[in-house]
Design a protein around this ligand. Structure first.
Ligand SMILES: *Cc1c(COP(=O)(O)O)cnc(C)c1O
Length: 463
């Protein structure tokens, strides 16, 4: 069926190349033109309302067109929009750095700004490498990363990523990363139960430390949730043990909290749950509450001091982006941190996530096609499987997630599944009633798919 297409949609398709999309798919599924947003809702050009259950690609925290953030942004725009950040500075940048040091784990004392998550990863990788060079350990030039890791899509970030979908074609261009099998709690190779887990899978990483530590500069991980891989969750003990290995083998720990930072896992930062301080913590996405591109890399005095010397020694970290420390973005991020503080959002997240977990577990645990409903903080994920007993996945060619996504959109719910995994990562301003609505609508969309589309497909298979 050829969809009717609006003039704006037609003009979009004439010139816009959208991210992470096969543009041919847009022929029968044109882009939805969003005119405005308020709270957890988005409104398209026809006035149709959508619940943004994925926080617009994991960035929004306190709703769209948030009163406090918009006001702070507007005021800042009339005062100072941007200034070079080398040799110059400004209040939003200073105040934000102070606040970030205050709210992140102890020991992270220095803040380097960049303007997106991938760039923050590049900064951390480069800093770690240069640190070891300047500590007379030039042989330390490889990174260790986990299977199913996602750290962004610039070439350095892709090099440490482990999701084939994104980096396979680019393999010939990428760094020679050491790869260790990461945790896989749903399909645990040791058949451990989450509540009594002894993290036997640490042995995979430990092995790589033993073999490669002399050439390793850093290990990079996504604490508690490997998000892009399909919201794969693992316990804090894993992080705790990883930190010990890093100390033992003189390898930096880079915590990529781009997706999980700012309350998503139930604590302000995921590392808190393991009681660890990484050598580098990368932040973006929620940092500006979904308003503007900004990222920050926090690090320690030890790292900072290895670069601090007379100019002639050429030890400086010569990395910059034109928009480094943009005052608008910094002012907005500062407002986000004030909102966390003033409105006690971590407590709020606790109450809402407990409710979400109870309700979603009740709805999905016994569903014949749900292998698992899992949740950490305000991130909930439904893993659809072909066979509940064997956990056999649906073939990716069936594009189940994509089809359920389309059904849900018709019902006014924006999900954006990762393969066969549907997930919720709503803005924190969502109410209990709205949480229930998201779960009910998701359930309906799943039911509709399996009753109708999936059944039709089966008929085709036998024809
Ligand atoms: C999104 C993401 C990135 C990349 O951030 P961008 O701003 O999209 O470049 C890096 N790491 C993780 C864990 C992410 O989820």
């Amino acid at each position: 069926m050829i969809p009717t297409i609006s003039s704006l949609q037609k003009r979009d398709l004439n010139h816009v190349w959208h991210p992470c999309s096969q543009m041919k798919d847009y022929e029968d599924f044109p882009p939805i033109v969003i005119k405005s947003g308020k709270g957890i809702y988005l409104y398209d050009e026809n006035g149709k309302q959508y619940i943004d259950a994925i926080s617009s690609w994991w960035v929004n925290l306190f709703g769209h067109a948030n009163e406090r953030i918009s006001t702070a942004l507007a005021n800042q725009a009339f005062q100072l929009e941007h200034v070079i950040f080398a040799n110059f500075t400004h209040e939003p940048g200073i105040f934000l750095a102070e606040k970030l040091v205050e709210v992140t784990p102890d020991g992270l004392t220095k803040v380097f700004f960049a303007d997106n998550g991938s760039s923050a990863i590049e900064v951390a990788l480069k800093m770690s490498f240069q640190y070891h060079m300047q500590k007379n350990k030039p042989q330390k030039k490889r990174f260790l990363a986990l299977t199913d890791a996602y750290h962004g899509e610039t070439l350095g970030a892709l090099s440490v990523g482990g999701v084939g979908l994104y980096n396979e074609v680019f393999q010939p261009l990428l760094l020679d990363t050491v790869r260790a099998q990461g945790p896989d709690c749903f399909r645990c190779p040791f058949n451990e139960r989450p509540d009594s887990c002894c993290t036997q899978c640490m042995s995979y990483v430990e092995e790589k430390f033993k073999t490669h530590h002399e050439e390793l500069t850093a290990i990079i991980i996504e604490p508690l949730i490997q998000a892009a891989a399909g919201m794969k969750m693992y316990p804090p003990t894993y992080l705790k043990k990883l930190k010990e290995l890093c100390l033992q083998y003189d390898v930096h720990l880079i915590a990529d909290e781009v997706a999980v930072g700012f309350g998503r896992t139930g604590t302000m930062f995921a590392c808190e749950q393991a009681g660890i301080t990484p050598d580098f913590m990368c932040l973006s996405k929620g940092l500006t509450g979904g308003y503007l591109p900004l990222s920050a890399v926090l690090t320690t005095d030890d790292v900072y001091d290895a670069f601090y010397d007379d100019y002639e020694t050429m030890k400086a970290f010569l990395h910059s982006h034109s928009y480094t420390g943009n005052p608008l973005a910094c002012r907005v991020a500062l407002e986000v941190l004030h909102i966390f503080e003033d409105e006690h959002y971590i407590d709020e997240i606790h109450v809402k996530s407990t409710y979400m977990k109870e309700l979603a577990s009740k709805r999905f645990d016994h569903h014949p096609y749900v292998g698992e409903y899992r949740q950490t903080g305000m991130v909930g994920a439904i893993e659809l499987v072909k066979n509940k007993e064997t956990k056999e996945p649906f073939p990716s060619g069936e594009r189940i997630g994509y089809k359920i996504y389309q059904i849900a959109l018709k019902k006014g719910l924006l999900l954006r599944p990762l393969g066969n995994i549907l997930y919720f990562m709503p803005p924190y301003v969502i109410t209990k009633e709205e949480i229930k609505m998201v779960i009910d609508t998701t359930n309906e969309a799943i039911e509709e798919y399996f009753e109708h589309d999936h059944a039709c497909m089966k008929v085709h298979e036998y024809e």
